[in-house]
Design a protein around this ligand. Sequence first.
Ligand SMILES: [Ca+2]
Ligand SMILES: [Ca+2]
Length: 182
Amino acid sequence: MKRTILLFAGLVACSSAQAVFFDIEPNNSIATASPITRVGTGLFSDTGLGTLGGAGGDVDFYSIHLDANEVLTATTTPLSVFNFSPDTVLGVFTGDGTLQEFGDDSGDGTGSVVRYLAPTADTYFVAVSGSPDSTFTGGHTETGQYQLVVGVAPVPEPASFIILGAGLIAAARRRRKSGATQ
Ligand SMILES: [Ca+2]
Ligand SMILES: [Ca+2]
């Protein structure tokens, strides 16, 4: 019985940080962004399959909530021709439409990476478009399927390091003391 409960708890812990999000058209603007829904708080990762559709000019916006001091990392991998097509660009926007981060080619292909540190708790927007559409307004002819992976991690505050450090020192002292009495 105990093992069943532990297994169930483990499954809940695993599933709480994972889901799948979708490229739901129309999502060519912040106002119509497809949602990436976080479950719980803290560490999070999620993946979705998106398509730059039509004859080009498609842009896909995704919304995600970030707390203050959380780092968002997003990557696209071209799938129609692995690593090369569609040639993507990636952006992170605040709700007022201001582009905060931009990425084009990363690594050995034409997929993209962006990293962003959220200054305040808010809804932010990850945008995927085709190269060379650096304004995310559809100025490109790229088409095809891509994988979008999104990860979120809180940045530890300096105070946490101090508390953690103090805890480790205290634990080491306790261990040394108990070792001395044996
Ligand atoms: Ca779209
Ligand atoms: Ca690119």
